[in-house]
Design a protein around this ligand. Sequence first.
Ligand code: MTE
Ligand code: MO
Length: 366
Amino acid sequence: MEPFNAEPTRSALISSYVTPVDFFYKRNHGPIPVVDDIERYSVSLSGLIKNSKDLFMKDICKLPKYTVTATLQCAGNRRTAMSKSRTVKGVGWDIAALGNAVWGGAKLADVLELVGIPYLTSITQSGGKHVEFVSIDKCKEENGGPYKASIPLSQATNPEADVLLAYEMNGEPINRDHGYPLRVVVPGVIGARSVKWLDYINIIAEECQGFFMQKDYKMFPPTVNWDNINWSTRRPQMDFPVQSAICSLDDVSVVKHGKITIKGYAVSGGGRGIERVDVSIDGGKTWEEATRYQRTGVPYIADDSSSDRWAWVFFEAEANIPQSAEIVAKAVDISANVQPESIDSVWNLRGILNTSWHRVHVRVGQ
Ligand code: MTE
Ligand code: MO
């Protein structure tokens, strides 16, 4: 039996800024576990720390509660299009393997403080430099062991990085599909590091040696294939690069009049805001800037306290098209990173991080 994976339609995806749980993509590597005895459920913290500790839900709920609006995006988002250029290995996704939720929970920095690791620690006295999250679910890639991942201790202990142990999604207890009763949310980083159904946390010296850190979710150059791959030459992918896609149109749309609305999302990693979204109706020869917003009616300003730092931005532009047109979108983040023009330049055998210009075709018909 395959694990349960799902993504919404393009139009459902952009129907609201905060993605309803039903429309939030689901990515699983094994059967979804059931945690029914919430009284007995605990997360143990151990490894390179002085005193190990078991944290029960009531301990985690006693810590200050934060809500962070953050977009999670699977590294494999837009993989199907990459596969059309040259075959890649992995689950096929259109452009909707992402969602934006209001996550509620404790800050990991506060949880680590409970076991004696102060804010802004990059190495513990006993040499701990990474925080490993180990899940309850079991998957074949780990030979029947649990799904796991790690992030640097410096990020985990930085309260401004907003890494959460989340027990709420959009104001409700997180449901089973998304990690009940507790999941990690690492804003600005590929979805794979936001471990669901958290079982225990380990403070370790080297980054997690699990499959999804070491043998997957690494970005290889287009020349690397399954015969010459050497996994140890690349780092596990963390931050997501700048991304955008048009959601108001299908790959090929026929419209009645020439007037169309070009609407979609843009998001970058590492908390980098979206500086600009450009749209083109001539395949990328000339461009116009789209308007950007998060909550409807509030113009978006990157890096402003009025905007959600870890969340996507919607963009919108109107255009009058001739008989037929290739519509393109590309986003620029506040570090002036721009999406690459071609798929081939970023093609990689695992089909991750397809952030190439998103193109759709429109024809005026009857
Ligand atoms: N955590 C566990 N325990 N097991 C998993 O299979 N999949 C990861 C991540 N966390 C996964 C996991 C991947 S690859 C992604 S993209 C996100 O969860 C998906 O989160 P979602 O299903 O809540 O959208
Ligand atoms: Mo993913």
